[in-house]
Design a protein. Structure first.
Length: 121
């Protein structure tokens, strides 16, 4: 957790992520070697896609948490979070699949070193 006694606030973490993406974009745009720029852009796209997939899995898991915390039906979950009953059901099923295959955070931590260290693409 570094310099913070408590975890960093969500909005601050999100702002740092936005700043990092902006810096990476500028780095790639300023890369003199177009082949290297392409390789770096590909790595960035792959990493952001993995992060997007992870966010979707985390979102599904939180839908499950909402359902369990409130002892809610699928329809009630959908109404609470502004989704249709069918979409809420899809997310609950995704959460169940994620629980069977391991937590979302574990998959990200396991995948991150390969994505960061691979510059041959």
């Amino acid at each position: 957790m570094g310099q913070y006694a408590l975890p960093m606030p969500f909005d601050e973490l999100r702002a740092q992520l936005t700043s990092c993406i902006t810096q990476l974009r500028q780095h790639i745009e300023n890369q003199a070697d177009p082949d290297q720029a392409y390789a770096e852009a590909t790595q960035l796209r792959e990493q952001l896609q993995a992060a997007s997939d992870e966010a979707a899995a985390l979102r599904a898991i939180t839908v499950r948490r909402i359902q369990e915390a409130g002892n809610l039906s699928v329809a009630a979950v959908g109404q609470r979070i502004g989704l249709t009953k069918a979409r809420a059901q899809d997310m609950l099923e995704k959460a169940a699949r994620n629980q069977q295959s391991g937590t979302a955070a574990t998959r990200t931590q396991d995948a991150a070193p390969d994505q960061l260290g691979n510059s041959s693409r």
